[in-house]
Design a protein around this ligand. Structure first.
Ligand SMILES: NC(=O)C1=CN([C@@H]2O[C@H](COP(=O)(O)OP(=O)(O)OC[C@H]3O[C@@H](n4cnc5c(N)ncnc54)[C@H](O)[C@@H]3O)[C@@H](O)[C@H]2O)C=CC1
Ligand SMILES: O=C(O)[C@@H]1CCC=N1
Length: 275
């Protein structure tokens, strides 16, 4: 891939994960720019990662070929309106990772013909195990599509969705998804301690079990259901645990949780469009 100068507006959790992942995968820190309103956050990023930082968002746009908008959705309108002129002058590609902000909404703030890729990454990008889905508007060239995809592929897997509305479901599955696994880990750790294990032992066993289960699921041709059945000996211990989960409504509860996340993504989009 040609070396590109990459900018981030907003240097919080997600930008730090992506920047760390990009550097770990071989991108030069000196080709990366980050702006933020929080000077302390910028100082930490510069000290830890050796990237360029500024408190002026427009300077990031002026210095780069592709700008990732990584502020909270609620801050996006102000940020987009503030950089709109320089985005149009420099003809940079804009990549938005904000949950629940449509390309249509973003184009209303940035300018009608601006090339925009909207995508939904997740925090495992920090350890090069991210999952990102992308969607491009009609002003994005083939080269710019490759650029956006290669950025996200540097930190994990990436795939395109045909319809922008699919990103609401993607947000509910993989965008928010790491938090669901962490919640299960939290609950298992707490339960393990209740059963009498030491806190460190509980944490280590839960972490390694999560890693092992994810690796098997990725590497095996079998479905999660088949893999679960392999662990579940008839009349054994797992059967008791799975029965308890099922009686507690685990599967429909997961479905309701993902629907709630998907609905919130749609709702955020509608609120922004009407603001
Ligand atoms: N955290 C996650 O797991 C994921 C987050 N996202 C999306 O990524 C975006 C960023 O989320 P986080 O990194 O978690 O948020 P964060 O709150 O950690 O980072 C946002 C950063 O933007 C900065 N900021 C606020 N106003 C600004 C302005 N006017 N100009 C420049 N910087 C400004 C803040 O100081 C902060 O450092 C959100 O839109 C979110 O929907 C997407 C996928 C996963
Ligand atoms: O909770 C959120 O809104 C963001 C989007 C996906 C993960 N975090």
């Amino acid at each position: 891939m040609k070396t590109h100068k990459i900018g981030f507006i907003g240097g919080g959790n997600m930008a730090s994960s992506l920047v760390s992942g990009l550097i770990a995968s071989g991108h030069a820190a000196t080709d990366i720019w980050v702006s933020d309103v929080n000077e302390a956050a910028l100082a930490t990023l510069a000290a830890n990662l050796g990237i360029n930082t500024t408190s002026h968002n427009a300077d990031v746009v002026a210095a780069t070929d592709v700008v990732v908008l990584a502020v909270k959705p609620q801050a996006l309108k102000e940020v987009a309106c503030g950089i709109a002129e320089v985005v149009r002058q420099q003809q940079v590609l804009v990549v938005s990772i904000a949950a629940g902000i449509s390309q249509h909404g973003l184009a209303a703030w940035l300018g009608a013909k601006v090339p925009i890729v909207r995508c939904m990454p997740n925090t495992p990008a920090l350890v090069l195990t991210g999952a990102t889905a992308l969607h491009a508007n009609s002003y994005v060239s083939a080269k710019q599509r490759d650029l956006a995809e290669s950025l996200m592929r540097a930190v994990g897997i990436s795939l395109w969705v045909a319809d922008e509305s699919e990103l609401d479901a993607v947000t509910a599955v993989s965008g928010s998804g790491p938090a669901y696994f962490f919640l299960l880990m939290e609950a298992m750790e707490a339960a393990a301690v209740e059963l009498g294990l030491g806190a460190e032992t509980a944490r280590l066993l839960v972490q390694q079990t999560a890693l092992g289960a994810a690796k098997i699921a990725l590497e095996s041709p079998e479905s999660p259901e088949q893999l679960r059945r392999r662990v579940t000996s008839p009349g054994g211990t797992t059967e008791q645990a799975i029965r308890t989960f099922t009686q507690g409504g685990f599967t429909p509860l997961v479905a309701r949780a993902l629907q709630a996340a998907r609905d919130r993504s749609i709702e955020m989009s509608e609120q922004m469009e009407n603001s």
